[in-house]
Design a protein around this ligand. Structure first.
Ligand code: BES
Ligand code: ZN
Length: 626
């Protein structure tokens, strides 16, 4: 999956006190872990000394300048009597700063790779409020500014943010660590005729003057700050759910998302109340660099999940699940990322199972296992980046965005479930979400919690789980569970039959879901015979598939096989879609099968359509092997 390796020795000024951290993950020999992985190395703020209570934003969005500017006011409590408030910024210009209404001299720290510049604001014991007047820069990593041409409507520009993991600081001066929570309010001015939405209580109609006010009374970390501005319209699903999109996507979005209300109810039955009020989703223009982002109250989603048949809704199940694992119980540092994503994948699959059935969820588990195998092979099975507990010190937290956190993390939870039974597992998870609600969790804290609440000294269970091998060990542990999906047996048989010469029309594919198709295609020989590709294509029309997952898989195979009939459609896909999960394997395949020129010429044409973060990933890929 998405993975870039940027190793850099960043000289960080750290604020946590150093301590040896004892964990009792392994009861026989309490293990001393490296403290560098237990602290948040990705914020330069001193939010451990100064409490960040509330943020009030008053900002304007300037499409001509591609700039957000205005005022950020922080309500603070300086209980530990710090003499300075230190915040994170990245490519922000600070115009002036006041403390309790009086202008104060601020200073900027030296630029630290990945982290940006610390903003130092002198404060006193009594300081209650600091205001910062600022504007964003051209290198704002969180922002993607779309020209009208890059939207579906083609008439209005569009802006969206992607703050996870450490990019909020590129549009708000903030204490930008996942363990630092605050409430917020905002006043956002945008060009008349556009709608603004945030991870907050949202409007359902455009305002007459382009001014919008927002309120978020539930404390969240900075990575969940979000803003989208564009020609956006709202459609209701039920009393607490709805979907926003560009107007000409609204009908399709409403159809695709029709079951989301039911999904929220189902999630609540599994793991307790949904704590965030409304649950809406925003379908973005196709350049959105990821599949989805769990912004509170308002999931951001790629339009590539609009397949016309609700078959890719597990992505929404995933983002919805984050409202428990991630938004409610939050990973303490980016080294603990698996606690956000692994739990969410597990929850997502449980939710999808409850919405469909076991035979369907089993297929997702197997496809996930296949992804995990590839990732481990890619990273190297002995590489420490395949441990669940990561060490991203001095690195871009984006390095941790691999299927290790997602699939290995989820698989560990499945292993626990298999050993203790579903009932005990769910009781445990319900309690966990309740007790850690609005709190931060580190890997070590979680392991302790697991010991105290589930393992409870059961030596046999402890041995069966062998959790240390998962958390502080590489690769896929030998006790990893692997399901054998019933429905894939028919798929394997159909593939064999096809390769043996049977006509595609006779393969019995009528009732197949996306999962069956993916498994069918993934296990084809590589490269596949061009004639065979053409035969399949004639019957199943993969080249023009409206299902992005199937199309992307097919294009990768087409590149490997040199099946040129698919190239024009593939190029169109690459010109519009910005989702890294699809872009990376496609360009990678071109680069590794002798089609570097093709990769370069296509990339050159469409690079500007991609998000800054996708550009960073792809720049490296395209320039690597040439
Ligand atoms: N929170 C992630 C996206 C993310 C993680 C962005 C880290 C930046 C840094 C989101 O929930 C996610 O996992 N999205 C996946 C969805 C998939 C696993 C169903 C994606 O975008 O592909
Ligand atoms: Zn996620």
């Amino acid at each position: 999956m998405m993975r870039i390796v940027v190793l850099s020795a960043a000289a960080l000024s750290l604020f946590f006190t150093s301590c040896k951290n004892r964990v009792v993950a392994d009861n026989e020999s309490a293990k001393t872990i490296d403290t560098t992985t237990a602290r948040d190395r990705h914020t330069q703020s001193n939010a451990d000394s100064v409490t960040m209570k509330h943020l009030d934003l008053d900002i304007a969005v300037d499409f001509a300048k591609k700039q957000i500017g205005g005022r950020a006011t922080w309500d603070i409590s300086n209980d530990k009597k710090a003499s300075v408030l230190r915040l994170d910024t990245y490519d922000l210009t600070i115009d002036s700063v006041t403390a309790d209404g009086k202008k104060v001299p601020h200073t900027m720290g030296a630029f630290v790779e990945h982290l940006g510049n610390a903003l130092n604001i002198p404060i006193t014991e009594q300081t209650k409020q600091v205001s910062i007047w600022y504007h964003t820069g051209a290198k704002a990593t969180a922002l993607q500014w779309l020209e009208p041409q890059q939207t579906l409507g083609k008439k209005q520009p569009f802006l969206y943010t992607q703050s996870e993991s450490i990019y909020a600081r590129s549009w708000i001066p903030a204490a930008d660590g996942p363990g630092i929570r605050f409430t917020y309010s905002a006043r956002v001015t945008v060009p008349k005729g556009l709608m603004a939405l945030m991870s907050a209580e949202n409007p359902q109609q455009k305002s007459a003057d382009g001014v919008y006010t927002f309120k978020m009374d539930i404390p969240i970390p900075a990575y969940l700050m979000a803003l989208a501005v564009g020609d956006i319209t709202f459609r209701s699903i039920d009393a607490r759910t709805g979907v926003y999109s560009e107007p000409n996507m609204a009908d399709k979005a409403q159809y695709e998302f029709a079951e989301v209300g039911k999904m929220v109810n189902t999630a609540e039955q599994l793991y307790g109340p949904y704590r965030w009020g409304r649950y809406d989703a925003l379908v973005l223009p196709p350049g959105f660099p990821i599949g989805g982002m769990e912004n509170p109250k308002l999931t951001f989603a790629t339009p590539t999940i609009i397949a016309g048949d609700r078959s890719l809704m597990n992505l929404i199940a995933h983002e919805l699940a984050h409202n428990w694992s991630g938004n409610l119980v939050t990973n303490g540092t980016w080294n603990d990322f698996w606690l956000n994503e692994g739990f969410t994948v597990y929850f997502e699959r449980r939710l999808t199972e409850a919405m469909t059935d076991k035979s369907y969820a089993d297929m997702l588990w197997e496809l996930g296992y296949q992804d995990l195998e590839h990732t481990v092979e890619d990273i190297g099975k002995d590489n420490k980046d395949t441990w669940l507990k990561l060490d991203l010190t001095g690195r871009d937290p984006d390095d941790g965005l691999t299927d290790i956190a997602y699939e290995k993390g989820a698989l560990l939870l499945k292993l626990i479930e298999n050993n203790v039974g579903r009932e005990r597992m769910d009781t445990f998870l319900n309690k966990y979400f309740k007790e850690y609600a609005f709190k931060t969790i580190t890997t070590e804290k979680f392991l302790n919690y697991l010991n105290e609440n589930l393992i409870k000294g059961d030596k046999e269970l402890e041995q069966k789980l062998n959790i240390n091998a998962w958390v502080y060990g590489p690769g896929i542990p030998s006790n990893a569970p692997r399901v054998q999906p019933e429905r894939f047996k028919a798929v394997d048989a159909a593939r064999d039959a096809f390769l043996g010469g049977k006509a595609p029309a006779e393969l019995g594919t009528a009732k197949w879901s996306t999962n069956e198709w993916l498994h069918f295609l993934r296990k084809m020989p590589k490269p596949m015979d061009k004639e065979k590709m053409a035969t399949l294509d004639r019957q199943f029309k993969f080249t023009t598939s409206g299902n992005s997952e199937i199309a992307a898989q097919w294009y990768v195979m087409s590149i490997a096989a040199g099946y040129e009939a698919a190239y024009p459609a593939m190029e169109k896909f690459l010109s519009q879609v910005g989702r890294r999960k699809f872009l990376e394997p496609l360009y990678e395949e071109m680069m590794t099968t002798g089609k570097q020129d093709m990769a370069k010429s296509i990339y050159q044409k469409y690079r500007m359509n991609y998000h800054p973060l996708a550009q960073t990933t792809l720049d490296k890929l395209i320039n690597k092997k040439s």
